[in-house]
Design a protein around this ligand. Structure first.
Ligand code: ATP
Length: 606
């Protein structure tokens, strides 16, 4: 679907029903309808929170540029079945420019956006990096803009719950970009060090724990209970993490102690407060996740007491499961794993800190990628990797000097022409990225060719996070469960600025032996192909990585090669059996076998 740009008279703003009602019947009563909006308008003359009046905010809009605001309000287009106006349309146009004229909705956006716009409560389930954030923000912010144009809104209307501070920053940045400069103040990033005793703004992005804490605090409790009762839209992003985080033992313990997750408690509270305010059926709930099971879906649904639809992006067929039409991630021969994601595993023996760091550095070097994300997994009994603040800075410095050493030792070093390895922490990367989420900023979302950037993050920090052009993920330590693995791996192989589909990517897990076994099982069960790559091989192709061999190793390899050549003359078939021995002699601690477990059972594991 090509984007169409048309004139959209401001007078028609807010006539959501007129445009949509005929084609899209709503599944549940529309929330925040005209009567409700009028009631709000009567009860409050102001628009926007933080004590800011509508007049003030209008002035703020003019501070943002009167002429440009008027131009934006005239821009409109249809995208993914939703009529998009103003700054959001402007933002879409900037994405279109990046994509050389096209910016098509992803499958989940095509499927879900118009239904969300129509007021349907739902849970959206789609692979990582396929635009779930835009999928809920665009229609809901469009609704908010239209209704605010009809009658000024006051207080909290739209609450977005996310699990991490990083995701808060990112979601706020996108929401502000879609609303435009004049209305950016309507979106608040909830911080613990800010004053939370004044009325919240119209749109709040927060972690559930923070809101729960405000509800437990006598000073802020009355204000926030009232605010929850007035909500029109609630989003639970990374729903599985927020409502279904605990494993079996933790669930049992929590149930004995009568504890629930903060998001579950908060959804129950919203149900209670909206019921008290006589608005039981007037709010809309949207959940979003890349890893959804029945329990997660039930938890969202029953916590909020809302009937939810499940909207899922179609999975891709996996060859092994096709024959039996069962299996795969969805049990029907299909999988939601990104098609172009290569899964690799490396097993350093012993799995100890300095050894793991040298394997990690070599792996990053071999990847020949421009931007690599290093994820430090922290959970699980074995395969524990350091992730404390001390641990992370240690990892940063270890990678820095090891990568430089590798480059110095290599005959075809990568660090010429003034380029260098830039090893940074995730917070630095996110800060730089947030600046690029505006319409103007998005034009600068291009590949940085100057450095080879390595970003280091802990596993808990990368949930839902998007950084442009991550070519590969190096996962160190035990990913604990398959969804943790999927979320870490899913930081690469995502939609990128200007791309019409997710780009290809590689994930290399550096794990101990028992974890590699576990991952092999996951791969067989859910339909992705995990390949074990020994050292001295290119992690992408599995080919020998010549430039990493020392002179002595090269000489020895050449001698063996010569010997094999002679052998080959007599027994041509012997090549394929002898070749691995080239590398076996000097790296006995790495297993040499390479497996394609989805096709044949891996002998090394038995
Ligand atoms: N239709 C589209 N075409 C191209 N790029 C898109 C499209 N929709 C969103 N994007 C871009 O895709 C990237 C990833 O989006 P987003 O972070 O929302 O993915 P996600 O599905 O929420 O991933 P995760 O499950 O990891 O949270 C962002 O840079 C976003 O701007």
């Amino acid at each position: 679907m090509l984007l169409t740009v048309a004139s959209w008279p401001p007078a028609t703003l807010g006539c959501r029903g007129a445009w949509h009602a005929a084609s899209q019947p709503s599944a549940r009563p529309q929330c925040g309808g005209a009567a409700e909006t009028e009631r709000r308008a009567r009860s409050s003359p102001g628009l926007g929170g933080h004590g800011e009046t509508g007049e003030n905010l209008e002035k703020a809009a003019f501070r943002g540029g009167r002429a440009s605001e008027r131009r934006k309000s005239e821009t409109a287009m249809e995208w993914g079945g939703v009529k998009v106006t103003g700054a959001a349309a402007e933002w879409l146009q900037s994405q279109m420019e990046l994509g050389g004229g096209t910016f098509e909705p992803s499958p989940i956006q095509e499927e879900a956006m118009s239904r969300i716009y129509d007021g349907e409560s739902c849970c959206i389930h789609a692979p990582t990096g396929t635009g779930k954030t835009l999928c809920y923000l665009l229609p809901l912010l469009q609704r908010f803009t239209e209704e605010a144009a009809r009658a000024p809104a006051r207080g909290l209307r739209f609450l977005i719950l996310v699990p991490t501070a990083v995701l808060q920053v990112q979601t706020v940045a996108l929401a502000r970009a879609l609303l435009g400069p004049g209305k950016a103040e309507n979106v608040t990033l909830m911080r613990r060090d800010a004053d939370n005793t004044s009325e919240p703004s119209n749109i709040v992005v927060a972690t559930p724990r923070h809101i729960r804490d405000l509800l437990d605090e006598p000073m802020t409790q009355p204000l926030w209970l009232r605010a929850l009762g007035q909500l029109d839209w609630v989003v639970v992003d990374e729903a599985d993490q927020l409502v279904d985080k605990w494993h079996r033992v933790q669930r049992k313990k929590a149930s004995r102690e009568g504890r629930v997750l903060p998001a579950v408690a908060l959804l129950k509270e919203i149900e209670l407060q909206t019921t008290k305010a006589g608005r039981r059926d007037e709010w809309q709930l949207v959940g979003a996740t890349a890893t959804l099971n029945r329990r997660t879906f039930r938890n969202v649904k029953y916590s909020a007491g809302i009937d939810l639809a499940l909207i899922r992006a179609p999975g891709s067929t996996i060859p092994e499961a096709e024959a039996q039409e069962t299996g795969g991630q969805y049990g029907d021969g299909t999988t939601g794993w990104p098609d172009k994601l290569r899964h690799r595993v490396r097993v350093p023996i012993p799995f100890r800190f300095p050894k793991v760091m040298s394997v990690a550095a070599k792996t990053i070097y071999e990847l020949e990628a421009k931007r690599v994300l290093v994820v430090l997994a922290t959970t699980g009994r074995g395969g524990r990797a350091p992730s404390s603040v001390y641990g992370r800075s240690l990892v940063l410095s270890q990678l820095r000097f090891r990568l430089e050493d590798l480059d110095d030792a290599s005959e075809q070093g990568r660090l010429d022409d003034g380029r260098f390895f830039q090893v940074i922490s995730i917070s630095e990367a996110i800060e730089a990225a947030a600046k690029l989420w505006s319409s103007e900023g998005s034009r600068q979302r291009v590949r940085d060719e100057r450095h080879c950037q390595v970003i280091v993050a802990a596993a808990q920090e990368i949930r839902g996070m998007h950084l442009d052009f991550i070519d590969a993920v190096v996962l160190i330590g035990d990913p604990n469960n398959i969804s943790d693995y999927m979320h870490a791996a899913g930081r690469t192989c995502r939609y990128q600025p200007g791309s019409a589909e997710p780009l290809e990517g590689t994930v290399v897990s550096i794990v101990e032996d028992s974890v590699a076994n576990k991952m092999m099982k996951w791969s067989n069960l859910s339909g992705f192909k995990l390949v074990e790559v020994p050292m001295k091989r290119n992690v992408k192709t599995g080919e020998p990585a010549e430039r990493l061999l020392t002179k002595r190793q090269k000489q020895a390899a050449a001698e063996i090669g010569e010997a094999l050549k002679d052998l080959d003359d007599d027994f041509p078939e012997s090549y394929e059996y002898d070749e691995p021995e080239l590398y076996e002699y000097d790296e006995p601690e790495f297993r040499e076998a390479e497996h394609e477990p989805a096709l044949s059972p891996p002998s090394v594991w038995s």
